[in-house]
Every structure is written in structure tokens, then in C-alpha cells.
Write a protein that binds this ligand. Structure first.
Ligand SMILES: CC(C)(COP(=O)(O)OP(=O)(O)OC[C@H]1O[C@@H](n2cnc3c(N)ncnc32)[C@H](O)[C@@H]1OP(=O)(O)O)[C@@H](O)C(=O)NCCC(=O)NCCS
Length: 170
């Protein structure tokens, strides 16, 4: 779908969960159930979730868990009709800024070895492959790659965040 409405990124609310779950269902072979998002929003004080909206419509979402000094990306998805229009980048920028605010030193995630689209997105944000978890995905036994950013508060990531913010504003 062509992006005509302004995209904004805000904290996920309980009323967003149905739309988020629909994107999750369209994006993953083993989606989280809707109540998992509700529980996260209501009960996990270490979790932070964001949604991207095109106008009023929820078109993407992402979440992190604050794990000591690591912001661990737990989930990330953009509605299939709205991909390749910069929404993933927009979410990732907000996730990085949020990670800095909560005091994380780095962002880390696991990604399927075959998920080249997501790996390409994360590379645009200076994530690098630092490890490998054989058979990590229990539904089909696929391997995960572990990707992490440089130090968020270091000059490289500060520069990356500023560049991405300026690109969005321009
Ligand atoms: C991965 C995903 C979130 C990307 O979202 P998106 O909104 O389409 O990403 P963007 O438009 O912001 O893409 C930014 C950059 O990432 C890279 N990228 C994104 N999708 C890509 C693809 N399908 N193939 C190659 N590169 C891709 C490109 O470098 C792109 O920049 P460009 O469009 O200027 O070439 C989306 O494809 C998705 O929801 N996939 C299913 C769920 C999933 O895999 N989540 C991640 C789990 S770890």
C-alpha cells in the first residue's frame, strides 16, 4: 500500500493489540497469541513495545526487554502491505532511542538464518552478526543468528541515530 499518511511511532496500547496480532499472524509461522502482548503490556515492567501508525492505522510494531545493560529485541514486524517504505527503519530508530533512554549499552536480537530481509534491515542500523544458535527455533529447528549493535552511547551509534533522525525529518 502506498504510504501517503504520516508515519508516527508511539508506545503500544492495549487497544492496539488486535491490529498488532494481525500483523504478527501475517508475519510469523509461530505467532505470539494476542494475550501474550496483553500480558507484556500489563505485567512486564522490563518490556517496552512500540507501534508504527500510518495516520491512525497500526502498520508495524517492535519490542525490547531490558536485560541488565542489553536491550533485547523480542519482536519486530511490519504489515506485508506496507513493507519497503521505511517503516521498519523508523521503528528501529525509535527502538534505539528508547534503548538509550532506558540505559542499555547495546541492542541484541536473534534472527532466523534464512531471514535475509530482517538481517538487511538490522545491518542498515549497524547490527553485526556476533554468534549463532543452532536449532534455536523450536517449530522447525532453524538456526538463529545473534546480531548486536556497537555501544549505543558511542560515537558510531550516536552518529547513526542522528543520521537516521535527520533522514526522517528531511
Ligand atoms: C523485516 C521487516 C520488519 C522490514 O520492514 P520494512 O518496513 O519493509 O523495512 P524498511 O522499508 O524500513 O527497509 C529498510 C531497509 O532494510 C532492508 N530491507 C528491508 N526489507 C528487505 C528485503 N525484503 N530485502 C532486502 N532488503 C530489505 C533494505 O536495506 C531497506 O532499505 P531500502 O528499502 O532503501 O532498500 C519486514 O520485512 C517484516 O515485517 N518481515 C516479517 C517479520 C520479520 O521478519 N521480523 C523480524 C524478525 S527478527
Amino acid at each position: 500500500m502506498a504510504l501517503t499518511a504520516r508515519v508516527s511511532v508511539d508506545p503500544m496500547r492495549l487497544e492496539d493489540v488486535a491490529a498488532v496480532h494481525e500483523i504478527e499472524r501475517l508475519s510469523f509461522q509461530t505467532p505470539w497469541p494476542a494475550h501474550a502482548f496483553e500480558q507484556e503490556l500489563k505485567g512486564n515492567r522490563l518490556a517496552r513495545y512500540l507501534v508504527a501508525r500510518a495516520g491512525e492505522r497500526v502498520v508495524g510494531f517492535a519490542g525490547i526487554w531490558s536485560m541488565v545493560d542489553d536491550a533485547h529485541v523480542t519482536t519486530f514486524g511490519v504489515h506485508p502491505d506496507w513493507r519497503r517504505q521505511g517503516i521498519g527503519r523508523h521503528l528501529l530508530l525509535n527502538l534505539a532511542e528508547l534503548s538509550l533512554v532506558i540505559g542499555a549499552r547495546r541492542m541484541t536480537l536473534e534472527v532466523r538464518a534464512s531471514n535475509h530481509a530482517a538481517q538487511a534491515l538490522y545491518r542498515t542500523f549497524d547490527f553485526d552478526i556476533v554468534g549463532h544458535r543452532p536449532g534455536y527455533y523450536t517449530d522447525d529447528g532453524e538456526d538463529a543468528l545473534i546480531m548486536t549493535t556497537p555501544e549505543l552511547d558511542g560515537p558510531a551509534m550516536r552518529g547513526r541515530i542522528a543520521t537516521e533522525r535527520a533522514r526522517l525529518a528531511g
